[in-house]
Design a binder for this molecule. Structure first.
Ligand code: NAD
Ligand code: ZN
Ligand code: ZN
Length: 389
């Protein structure tokens, strides 16, 4: 089959690789019909995630048609259309039982290696380095889905791929980020980053009752999307000082909740040393704080800072004194996607959400190298790419 393979930082290629096979009775194989590139893939693309190996298949936002089922699978049959959540979860461990699916303790065969390197072991994730299990990703013609009795959600007829594909990751991610804000009537939520995750965090904040959402970015088309689709107020951080603007817009107090939908943001600079990375993250040279610090400093006393943005390695120069003295609550996590599949699918069916609005490009799988570059560099008003194998 054809698959998008990582070879080195900024070097992804479409290669011919062996087809996946059923390895476990709880596996299925899907023929991928749509598969997206995520902001998280950019961390791999730029080489910020260790333990990628040349030839690893990328992708964790896939959907498709079931073409083979393992002997233990009774919930799905050949021909069903499914969306596959990005975290791999067993469904019956201590964490899965608490719906903390992205903390599953059975799905990462390389847990010991991750523990050694990071001091913790994440759950398995499709196409996301050997530290998260070394699973082949979904930017391919076919994908093996482990624990298929727990993860994939069956899609009813009549809903096209574009409306449901983002149940795999970024829709639940934006939703969980907003849910983590404990939004009450009258609340103002500020969202850093108007990428796909930010857009869904903005929409979800309104769905969950926020009175005002203030969206921050620098790309006019992304800010426009936040204004036009969600009626958010916007700040272009290249034109004004974000902290000052937020103060003014909230009567001097600061937003009730702040969402960091940016994460590791230094894309486009290539591989750099750890010290440079920290300097850059802290923006010591530009005088602008890293987004996370800005969100922490902006939140009102007693407010919440919700962090869907992905961080890697160590970035611990956080203003803990300010966080402590101002009674902030910090919520974060890889999204527990399984928890949100059914309720968000229902909202899509009712027409309360149309996730397809963030898509700017549909491209053949073969054009993945160009798509990665374009999405990384935000060229051609690219907001989200869906690859079609
Ligand atoms: P994206 O790259 O398309 O969007 C990031 C946006 O942040 C861009 O529009 C960029 O202009 C903006 N930005 C950069 N610096 C900024 C600043 N100083 N202030 C305000 N905005 C700034 O990526 P995306 O797909 O939307 O993903 C966003 C983040 O969410 C990434 O870190 C990704 O890894 C993470 N993510 C997390 C999960 C999870 O499970 N927690 C799931 C999916 C994605
Ligand atoms: Zn993702
Ligand atoms: Zn589990």
């Amino acid at each position: 089959m054809r698959a998008v393979c990582w070879h080195a930082p900024t070097d992804v290629r479409v290669d011919t690789v062996p087809d996946p096979k059923i390895l476990n009775p709880r596996d299925i194989i899907i023929r991928v019909t749509s598969t997206a590139i995520c902001g998280s893939d950019l961390h791999l693309y730029d080489g910020y995630v260790p333990s990628m190996e040349s030839g690893d298949i990328l992708g964790h936002e896939p959907m498709g048609e079931v073409v083979e089922v393992g002997s233990a699978i009774t919930n799905l049959k050949i021909g069903d259309r499914v969306v596959v959540p990005f975290p791999i979860a067993c469904g019956n461990c201590f964490f899965c039982e608490q719906t903390l699916y992205s903390c599953c303790e059975n799905s990462n065969p390389n847990a010991a290696m991750a523990e050694k390197m990071w001091g913790h072991s994440p759950a398995g994730i499709f196409g996301y380095s050997h530290l998260t299990g070394g699973y082949a990703g979904g930017q391919a013609e076919y994908l093996r889905v482990p624990y298929a009795d727990v993860g994939p959600v069956k899609i009813p007829d009549g809903l096209d791929d574009d409306r449901v594909l983002f149940l795999s990751d970024i829709l639940p991610t934006g939703y969980m980020a907003a849910e983590n804000c404990d939004i009450k009537p009258g609340h103002t939520v500020a969202v850093w980053g108007c990428g796909p995750v930010g857009q869904f965090a903005i929409q979800s904040a309104y769905l969950l009752g926020a009175e005002r959402v203030i969206a921050i970015d620098r790309f006019p088309e992304r800010l426009r999307m936040a204004r036009e689709i969600s009626k958010a107020e916007t700040i272009n951080y290249e034109e004004v000082n974000t902290l000052d603007a937020l103060k003014t817009m909230t009567g001097g107090r600061g937003p009730d909740a702040c969402i960091d939908a940016v994460g590791m943001e230094a894309h486009g600079v290539g591989l750099i040393g750890a010290y440079d990375r920290i300097k850059q993250a802290m923006m010591l040279e530009t005088g602008r704080p890293v987004v996370l610090r800005e969100a922490l400093m902006a939140a009102r006393n007693g407010g919440v800072v919700s962090i869907p943005g992905v961080y890697g390695g160590f970035l611990d120069k956080m203003p803990i004194g300010s966080m402590m003295n101002r009674s902030l609550t910090i919520r974060t996590g890889q999204t527990h996607v399984h928890r949100y599949l059914k309720p968000l699918l229902e909202r899509i069916q009712k027409g309360e959400l149309d996730p397809s609005v963030v898509i700017s490009h549909h491209l053949p799988l073969e054009e993945a190298p160009h798509a990665y570059r374009m999405f990384r560099d935000k060229q051609d008003e690219c907001t989200k790419v869906v690859l079609k194998p």
